[in-house]
Design a protein. Structure first.
Length: 167
């Protein structure tokens, strides 16, 4: 490999025409929880999920995980919709869009018709666009606590973007 090719690959990623060597693999709940505890910026691992997948690079190292569950909003729990609740990577290129695509593919195989996710209002959503998802709207944000059911907020309560993909 020439010096120019090595520089280009290091700065821009794989040379055009070459594929990034990401592969999906099953991860255990414990493995996923450890990864999220180590790398996620603002959430703890989920208590329950329907399925989870990991992304591994050429060397076999785990570079990201995604956890999928039934929608947190009860009005969306129609048996046809599923939600990506956690997506966490080490920052490598293309891992987020790879995991969003794999989660959608598996959800379709399970028979779901729609997959959704929420991201912070400050995030760009470029990985979701790359994976073929569509922007829905920005939520109001706010606390989950109600006068008749007090809760402690453990996650950001800022407005969030909702993205979806029809399967």
């Amino acid at each position: 490999m020439s010096v120019l090719s090595a520089f280009r690959e290091k700065t821009l990623g794989p040379i055009y025409g070459q594929k990034a060597m990401l592969k999906a693999r099953y991860v255990t709940k414990a493995e996923c929880d450890t990864y999220i505890s180590s790398f996620h910026r603002h959430h703890k691992p989920l208590r329950l999920d329907l399925f989870r997948i990991g992304a591994v690079d050429e060397s076999g190292d785990l570079v990201g995980v995604v956890q999928v569950m039934r929608p947190a909003a009860r009005l969306l729990c129609d048996g046809q919709t599923i939600e990506v609740a956690r997506l966490c990577t080490n920052g490598d290129r293309n891992v987020c869009s790879f995991l969003y695509s794999r989660a959608a593919r598996i959800a379709r195989e399970y028979g779901f018709k729609k997959i959704i996710t929420y991201i912070l209002e400050s995030e760009s959503g470029i990985s979701l666009k790359a994976a073929g998802w569509k922007f829905d709207y920005v939520s109001q944000g706010g606390t989950w606590s109600r006068p008749n059911r007090e809760r402690v907020d453990k996650a950001p309560i800022c407005p969030k973007q909702r993205w979806s993909k029809d399967l």
